[in-house]
Write a protein that binds this ligand. Structure first.
Ligand SMILES: Nc1nc2c(ncn2[C@@H]2O[C@H](COP(=O)(O)OP(=O)(O)O)[C@@H](O)[C@H]2O)c(=O)[nH]1
Ligand SMILES: [Mg+2]
Length: 674
């Protein structure tokens, strides 16, 4: 069945990992009858953490979509992972959610995950609400957590629930709008009288709420000033205006374990959370169909493209156009997704979400359109991958299998990249952190049967000479019949025009016949793949063949190639040096971390700080650093800033390595050769 637009809610569950998002989704599904048992993250049987890796690690890794119906309203929940390694999944949720519910545990209080979620919602002025979770746990502290939220996020934060204390935790809740109190008994909510010692506080909260929502219209303001009271319906109406414009951020609380508070939250979702929107505007149900693909699930059973209908509606008979490729895609069977469970449906209405199976070339972020109006909607912006490792199969010869497996995983996860580095002869995989890469490796093993190891990616060092040198290479071998003879004098010198070798000749009087010049050049080019210090490519070299000799019978191309190689070996005496890549680092951090970050760059990473800038309450530091010192920066920065900092690193140029560093590189190359 397809729902009218005002009967649909799309809500992202956001916030720090482990704070109870998946459990809250589970509680919502259970209490609304979408499931017949309450799954637990610790038991690995929740609807949204269905992936084998999520069950094994007991955390959410990918965005999962679940839905239920409550009071005739379809509620779609986007349960996003909280760990920063999976921020790409949050970006996908934010593309289609019409409001964000930030989950914060009453036990641990405010954290960076909540801050980050707040930031991403507020840059797009998206409706935001908070849910203080786990109030059933010992030492849960609602008041402290609420105060932290209000202090951090300001006056818009508005409490809609007051939990009822019992010993070290809470076992009941008062709904501030209706001033009704509830407790859970045998899994059901029962109304109880508001505890006498809370009555005054609840009245106070209720009046504050009426007062603040009455600001949303003159009519309400008059009514409130006259009667000092508003009806729940009036409050809902005002809250829906306030939340839509992000002027009000309601705060809920509860326990996903017992279900306490879940229904009041559901009432709120139905009564005043926003109906589907795009870019702050209502959707157009009568326009030609257009859907945005926000996620792709690909497993051994097939590929599902999850989408939200942004205009019109879709059914399985439609052939749509992918706005990116211009090609047709047949939708075929369409589904509602409950975690991994699919239910075939005939139609998906405007504002709702669904999935199509087996679209051939559609990727996450694509727009599919009715052929009558083909235009791409804004896609999804992902952060650049910032953590790289070399990836190699455990069993030799399985490189293709690794590449194929990663290509399949890339369908689901557009946030990692894989490149074959021709210079270091390594496959390098880049993602958003060590856990991200670790999960990809486990999936390669479990889904595609190929085991891999990760190791630090080799730094593409290079070598060059700093002095001019005239080198002699003479190859002479007498073995039975034909001998071998080649003899060259080559002038080597540094140049700074091109990394490529410049080859020239100044041979007089045919001491080396012309037809052997290419062999000499080829011999040098082969040798240059390996420098004379540590085997890294030799660059910025000029070689001039200026003399030599030959033998009319014994000289051959082969012999001259070998002679050139012998001359090349002399370059150890041309003051060779190892060059290392230098990158431009831009790192964004909170003020409080500025000192630590700067001293880390200059004293631990041989970097040079170029400058800094305050932008949006953060400090942006620009620096130059050797790329060799940056392999673990993604992880180190996260721990130095508790996850608040981020950075980009772009290759800028090559520079000579300091002697100490060079010595280490040479030693490492020796041990590797052994
Ligand atoms: N006691 C209690 N534990 C909870 C509650 N909500 C979540 N948990 C536990 O907290 C842990 C993390 O929960 P989870 O839903 O995976 O958090 P997420 O990472 O935000 O999705 C799990 O062990 C849950 O069982 C709650 O309301 N009460
Ligand atoms: Mg989760």
């Amino acid at each position: 069945m397809s729902y009218a637009m005002e009967k649909i809610r799309n809500i992202a569950l956001l916030g720090h990992g482990g704070n109870g998002k998946t459990s809250l989704a589970e509680s919502i599904l259970f209490l609304t009858g979408a499931t017949d048992r309450l799954g637990k993250v610790t038991d690995g049987n929740t609807v949204s953490d269905f992936d084998a890796e999520e069950i094994r690690r007991k955390i959410s890794i990918s965005l999962s979509t679940v839905y239920t119906e409550y009071q005739g309203v379809k509620i779609n929940l986007f349960d996003a992972p909280g760990f920063f390694d999976f921020a790409g999944e949050v970006a996908q949720a934010l593309r289609v959610a019409d409001a964000g519910l930030i989950v914060i545990s009453a036990k641990d209080g405010l954290n960076v995950g909540a801050e980050k979620a707040w930031k991403s919602l507020s840059v797009t002025s998206r409706p935001t609400a908070f849910y203080i979770s786990k109030i059933d746990e010992d030492h849960a502290d609602f008041d402290r957590t609420f105060d932290q939220i209000r202090e951090k996020f300001g006056a818009a934060v508005c409490p809609l629930m007051a939990p009822i204390k019992n010993g070290d935790s809470y076992d009941g809740i008062v709904d501030v709008i209706t001033r009704k109190a509830f407790r859970m008994e045998k899994g059901k909510r029962v109304e109880i009288p508001v505890p006498a010692d809370m009555a005054d506080r609840v009245d106070e909260l209720h009046t504050e709420l009426c007062e603040s929502v009455s600001m949303t219209s003159e009519e309400l303001m008059e009514k409130f000033l006259e009667t000092m009271e508003l009806t729940p319906e009036e409050i809902y109406g005002a809250l829906s205006t306030g939340i839509a414009s992000a002027e009000v951020c309601p705060v809920f609380c509860g326990s996903a374990a017992t279900g306490l508070g879940t229904e009041i939250l559901l009432d709120a979702m139905v009564n005043f959370f926003p109906a589907p929107m795009e870019d702050g505007e209502p959707l157009k149900a009568d326009n030609p169909a257009k859907v945005i693909v926000y996620k792709t699930i690909s497993d051994q059973f097939g590929k599902y493209s999850l989408f939200k209908v942004i205009s019109g509606k879709v059914n399985g008979d439609m052939t749509v156009v992918n706005a990116r490729t211009g090609n047709n895609e047949k939708l075929g069977h369409i589904y509602s997704m409950q975690g991994k469970k699919t239910t075939e449906v005939t139609e998906i209405g405007c504002g709702d979400v669904g999935a199509a199976a087996k679209l051939t070339e559609t990727k996450t972020g694509d727009t599919l359109c009715d052929p009558k109006d083909v235009a791409a909607l804004p896609g999804i912006e992902f952060a650049e991958p910032c953590y790289s490792m070399a990836i190699a199969p455990k069993v030799k010869g399985q490189d293709d299998k690794v590449a194929q497996g990663l290509a399949r995983l890339a369908e689901e996860d557009p946030t990692f990249t894989m490149v074959n580095n021709a210079e270091t002869k390594q496959m390098v995989i880049s993602g958003s952190g060590d856990m991200h890469l670790d999960v990809l490796c486990t999936k390669l093993k479990n889904k595609f049967g190929v085991e891999v190891t990760l190791s630090p990616a080799k730094v593409p060092y290079r070598e060059k000479i700093r002095k001019k040198l005239e080198a002699h290479g003479r190859h002479k071998k007498q073995s039975g019949g034909h001998g071998q003879f080649g003899d060259v004098w080559i002038r080597f010198e540094p140049q700074d025009e091109t990394e490529d070798m410049i080859f020239a000749e100044e041979v007089f009087g045919g001491s080396v016949p012309k037809n052997f010049f290419p062999a000499v050049e080829k011999g040098l080019r082969d040798c240059m793949q390996k420098g004379v210090l540590a085997g890294y490519p030799m660059v910025f070299l000029k070689a001039t063949l200026y003399d030599g000799s030959y033998h009319p019978v014994d000289s051959s191309e082969m012999a001259f190639k070998t002679a050139a190689g012998l001359a090349y070996k002399e370059l150890v005496n041309a003051s060779p040096v190892i060059l290392e890549p230098i990158g431009t680092l831009t790192v964004t951090i909170p003020d409080a971390n500025l000192g630590d970050i700067m001293s880390d760059i200059s004293s631990k990473r041989r970097g040079t700080v170029l400058g800094m800038n305050a932008v949006d309450g953060m400090q942006v530091v620009e620096a130059e650093v050797p790329i060799a010192e940056m392999s673990s920066y993604a992880i180190d920065l996260r721990s130095m800033t508790q996850g608040r900092g981020y950075f980009s690193l772009k290759f800028s140029r090559y520079e000579e390595t300091p002697a100490m560093v060079q010595q280490k590189i040479i030693e490492e190359s020796k041990t590797e050769e052994e």
